[in-house]
Design a protein around this ligand. Sequence first.
Ligand code: G1P
Length: 294
Amino acid sequence: MNNKVKKAVIPAAGLGTRFLPATKTIPKEMLPIVDKPSILYIVEECARAGIEDVILVAGRNKTAIEDFFDTSHEVESVLEAQGKIDLLEHICSIKNLVNIISIRQKFAHGLGHAIATAAPITGSEPFAVLLGDEIMISKDNQPSAIEELCRAFEDTHISTVATMEVPKEDVSKYGVIDCESIGVNKWSIKNVVEKPSPESAPSQFVLPGRYVFTASIMQELKTTRPGKNGEVQLTDGMTAVAKKEGLHAMTVQATRYDAGDKLGFLQANIELALKHPELKQPLTGYLKKLCETF
Ligand code: G1P
């Protein structure tokens, strides 16, 4: 069995209703965090893990994402003519990060259905899944979040997903795992519950949107009935995989930003801008002044 993870699936078919009207004509994945569209952070995370093919499961009005990872003759020739070679090289490097393969999810039947749409491309190979609302930033000398999961999977051959502990009142925003410890920051999953109430949650360990699966998740998702909110839930497919061939969870080192809602998106922008070499100093000064006035 080939255990090298070379493919990743990024579901990108959502309408981005939480960011309307900004997302009326622009895919939410193209909203910038500092100076990069959020999807680029996700694709860079894949590239750092050695993933070669990124499968975008898109809906209508998402062609801007494909265009972003393609050549822009106009932009490139203008930069060349202006002698802006560093910027030109930076722009050109984006299209060489990975191969983008695009497939349409024709019906909005939920996350599990979106991922199953990519089955003809993932075939019998293991693959990663990255949810674009969650931005994971690792330090230069650290592996990316998905890289940590890929390496763990390559060792164990068991589907492995990221987990993190959240306060009890927050569990209902996430898939929550019922698990037992199998080592330092590692768990074996018995069951996964999608967005339970704090009272009924099996633990405070939730799924922050990074997964590596064997191909069997696709088999399970094909026959998974609609669950929570009438949607085919990835978490229901995961429970089936856990029972059939095992499923592991682990924490990852990267800093996570919940860019799926307005506050998290602003926090990601502020914190990443504070790490940006050009913005760090002026933004710190501005924020200090602002805090004095409020
Ligand atoms: C999805 C998943 C959930 C996961 C979450 C992470 O929910 O269904 O299991 O924990 O992403 O962000 P969504 O936030 O899309 O409703």
